[in-house]
Design a protein around this ligand. Structure first.
Ligand code: UN1
Length: 482
């Protein structure tokens, strides 16, 4: 049974131009929902509603905002199994992964509920006698959020929650492919007591709704997660608009996982398989370059292949599935194209890479592992965003570090080693925003900063208390009393 999901504009659920179908990648005969595709007029109405709501909302007390976010957090956590199922059905990650992500969304809302009453400022003595200086933080205004399909509930939550906690009004445009989870989250927040217009949802295409959001003069800031190519356009549009918009971009990765000879083999294999293939490899934090020292190389490759052989690739909702389908036909074509490119460059396909047939029509791809690759190959340089990883053999730690850093990305980097010396050196010298020792590069905590360097991120960090850098603006107030 399908249900038409509508856009939330100024506190009212409204249909848009066309209806579009949200299809289950595990079974393309299963339509999760139909949803209203917003128009530019819908977007303009949403921004106008957000602008009108801002003066009152930004002056609410932290306690008022706390109550709403806490109530929403409680509902998300109470419904996490159902929301996790919806997520797995529309996006294709496994049910445990879907429930895990829904839980994370609830935890994020609870964390930022607390932040509503924790935001402080500073008092600094002036250099002039009798003068005091107060540094405070205020909401930025109307914030536009553009979110990707791969974390359809967690990423909307980690952008919406701090935006609201710090007193901003929001217009969110979730990914066209996976609007159902964002819709459910917005519905929960709306019913938790947000005043009309504070949170608006406009679903639809990036080229129409997304572009209009980027160009709207009443939007003060844009937070975007997606590809580097789109991120660059987002930043350019934010700078081109008058007034210029504040911008935060989370983009791709080509994350290295270094495995040294002294690593615990089982830990290294677990980190590699989890980081590279779980969530079907569709994470910007995925470990796609496995940089392995010569002495452990063959044992590592053999043990990784053994582990991959035991993984069940099947319907995301089936019990026992380890890897769900690729999200859609277009992403599957990209994955297959990269498998061909790697082979044509001389990489050895050591395991997988085959299309699989299952009971239902879906986008099932066997995880692919390449060996005999170099860091110069396209498979080592470009983000695939699928269950594809390659092993690069190195002679020692110094070469491993150099290869790990030789990339235009810098989101997450991992090392598996039992050497304190190398782990410490790697944490200090990795050119990534997040470094993991004996842990997968993907799968992060919600209460600490998230973000990268170089081509992976632009602007302030997301998550934890660091989120306030983007969602607030600083005011410096001077006062004099005789
Ligand atoms: C994670 O690895 O836990 O789009 C989070 C992404 C990232 C989130 C990764 N922004 O894949």
């Amino acid at each position: 049974m399908t249900e038409m999901l509508k856009n939330l504009i100024g506190g009212e659920w409204k249909t848009g131009g066309n209806a579009s179908k949200d299809v289950n990648p595990s079974n393309t005969n299963d339509v999760v929902n139909e949803y209203a595709q917003g128009t530019v007029a819908d977007l303009n109405a949403a921004v106008a509603a957000a602008k009108a709501a801002f003066p009152a909302w930004s002056r609410t007390t932290g306690q008022e905002r706390y109550e709403i976010l806490k109530k929403a957090a409680d509902e998300v956590l109470a419904r996490r199994e159902e929301l996790g199922k919806l997520l797995s059905r529309e996006e294709g990650k496994t049910l445990p992964e879907g429930i895990g992500e829904a839980t994370r969304a609830g935890q994020i809302l609870a964390f930022f509920a607390g932040e509503c009453v924790r935001l402080g400022g500073e008092m600094i003595p002036s250099i002039r006698p009798g003068v005091g200086v107060e540094v405070t933080r205020e909401a930025v205004g109307v914030v536009g959020l553009i979110t990707p399909w791969n974390f359809p509930i967690a990423i909307p939550a980690w952008k919406i929650a701090p935006a609201l906690a710090y007193g901003n009004c929001v217009v969110i445009k979730p990914a066209d492919l996976t609007p159902a989870c964002a819709w459910a989250l917005v519905d929960i927040l709306n019913r938790a007591g947000l005043p009309k217009g504070v949170l608006n949802l406009v679903m639809g295409r990036g080229s129409t709704v997304g572009q209009a959001l980027l160009e709207h003069k009443d939007v003060s800031a844009i937070s975007f997660t997606g590809s580097v190519a789109t991120g660059r356009k987002v930043a350019a549009a934010c700078v081109a608009s008058t007034p210029m918009k504040k911008v935060q971009l989370e983009m791709g990765g080509k994350n290295p996982l270094v495995v040294l000879d002294d690593a615990d083999l089982a830990t290294a294999v677990d980190c590699a398989v989890n980081g590279a293939y779980f969530s079907t490899g569709q994470r910007c934090t995925a470990s796609s370059r496995l940089i392995v020292q010569a002495g452990i190389h063959d044992r590592f490759v053999a043990a990784t292949i053994d582990k991959l052989k035991a993984l069940v690739v099947d319907d995301a909702l089936k019990q026992g599935t380890h890897i769900g389908p690729v999200v859609d036909k277009s992403q599957l074509d990209t994955d297959l194209e990269y498998i061909k490119i790697a082979q044509s460059e001389g990489a050895k396909l050591a395991w997988g890479g085959e299309l699989l047939n299952r009971q239902t029509p879906g986008f099932y791809l066997q995880p692919a592992l390449f060996t005999e690759t170099t860091n110069a190959m396209r498979i080592s340089r470009e983000e695939v965003f699928g269950p594809v990883a390659n092993v690069i053999r190195v002679k020692d730690y110094d070469e491993a570090l150099a290869v790990a850093n030789d990339t235009e990305f810098g989101l997450s980097a991992g090392i598996c080693t039992s050497s304190l010396k190398h782990a410490t050196h790697f944490k200090r010298n990795s050119e990534a925003g997040m470094v993991m020792v004996n842990l997968p590069t993907a799968g992060v905590d919600y209460h600490v900063p998230f973000g990268g360097r170089k081509g992976s991120s632009y602007g302030p960090r997301e998550q934890g208390t660091y989120a306030r850098e983007f969602y607030t603006t600083v005011k410096t107030a001077y006062s004099f009393a005789k």
